[in-house]
Design a protein around this ligand. Sequence first.
Ligand code: HH2
Length: 412
Amino acid sequence: MQDRQKPVKQYNVRQIKVENETEARRELAQIGCDDWGIKLMAPKAVFRVLKVSGLTPVQANILKQEMLARGGEAAVRRGVANHSVDSTDVLLMGTVKQFKALLVKLRLQPFDLPNLAAQIREVLDGLKPRGTFLLDCRGRQLEIGRRTLVMGILNVTPDSFSDGGRFFEPERALQQAQRLVAEGADIIDLGGVSTRPGHTPVPVEEELRRILPVLRLLLQHLDVPISVDTFTPEVARAALEEGAHILNDQWALQRDPAMAGVAARYQVPVVLMHNQQGTQYRDLMGDMLAFFRRSIDIAVQAGLPRHQLIIDPGIGFGKTLAQNLEVMRRLSELATLGLPVLLGTSRKSMIGKTLDLPVDQRVEGTAATVALGIAHGVDIVRVHDVKEMVRVARMTDAMVRGPAAVGVEHIL
Ligand code: HH2
């Protein structure tokens, strides 16, 4: 007869979720580390992979050497070692502690590496949890980060893809906006031009004729901030002069050089939405980030502070279905810039094509994108179906941000 085996002691090995130093500190404290140990080890618990573009072989070789010396890694293009290529992208892999030590070394190097060090530093800082802050919309405040904010769409266009023609009359538009606010909208986004594929361009006078009477009514009767969805400086100027609180620019200040000056003059928050002609990318997320950096530069040069800017990946703009889905999957990469993120997926063709459903049956698909967006760090969702998406956002917030985000901690 065989001996009965001694029971094997179980150590309950498992992976835990640690995405930043705040979460690392919490886990270290929970196992009883002392304060000194927590301070020392938290930066070792967070691993980052950063992608850097367009380095010379000389820069890349130094970077690799310095990263390896810190115990991290740097992947470069074949041909960098013998300088048979002109430039390379680099994947830097290491803990926050290793990155910090790398930065100290890079600051002492030639070849523009101190500049690169400053840019890496900015990204590492941007990736730290932002906490909550108040976005000042010309006197009306939006609290960013505590819970997801819902922007209700009000299109006063005859041809918008999902609600075109329904709220063309100012009184009806006001009623619709009041309904959206009653359902929980934190912002109303007023648009006078449809940008759906195949839309007809609208003259400035017509865009003004559509939005100004409605805007005046909204400003009189609503307490929430009103954003104006336009990429035309004349329209933006007129709307801001009337008192609109936020500028939502589908070309992120890059379509008309006058736009940034208009936004700066009124010191309004600006939504910088990614957009481009065609769907060619060298590196989808990398190109989008470079686009946002250009827009941020334009804004700051014009005198708009960085903290007034919101970025938006522009789902459905200059992207194929596969690219839209990839952006959704990689939304958390937008945290790189440390700015609030707005997501506009409501009833869009990405959902229609994926589920093979017409525009009036895309509410569940929209819900999936809102939930995923929030899980990936989105701060504001732009939606038509406010009542439903407020519920989706509250539920997702309770799970992602914690019960305090929706005020239910008392029942726990
Ligand atoms: N999408 C649309 C319009 N404006 N603004 C931002 N910031 N982000 C978006 O994703 C976005 C936007 C298009 O949607 P919709 O307003 O519903 O349709 P239409 O262009 O037909 O009016």
